[in-house]
Design a protein around this ligand. Sequence first.
Ligand code: GNR
Ligand code: NI
Length: 168
Amino acid sequence: MSLLTILEYPDERLRTRAQPVETVDDDLRRLINDMFDTMYDAPGIGLAATQVDVHKRVIVMDVSEEKNHPLVLINPEVTPLGEEREPLQEGCLSIPEYYAEVPRALRVHLKAQDRNGKAYELEADGLLAHCIQHEVDHLEGVLFVDYLSPLKRDRVKKKMLKRQKTAS
Ligand code: GNR
Ligand code: NI
């Protein structure tokens, strides 16, 4: 078991746009295993490779209560279904101890590859739909605080910088 270091806002590396994965091999599966270890340990319901400073289009997720439904998203493509938006309280492992409501599409269609490189598609709603959109944003260098007012975002930034100064 290997725990990876999670980058914290306002680290500029979180703004990197991730590159598509071309081959799903053992090295990538090792990264995926380490990302699951890191996500479950945190604990969190999702983790994008961007957050561990690997700029590839890879996401791990588990929104189940029992933590027994791991989901791997390689090269995800997300399409919102319908116009309906739903606000939901979000948190982010890269912005510890801060939560805010973010409106996102209620339902999405997802196309991605699994840990064997096999393509799959699914439709999601509720927490899974929110989480998918949150994680895919990470691959684009977008954080949920980007949806807040500049004033709020600035307050979060100051809070995080202060937190990082006094940490460990
Ligand atoms: O653990 C997490 N919880 C969460 C709650 C609501 C919406 C999105 C998330 S994702 C977050 C983990 C994380 O930072 N993933 O990038
Ligand atoms: Ni996040």
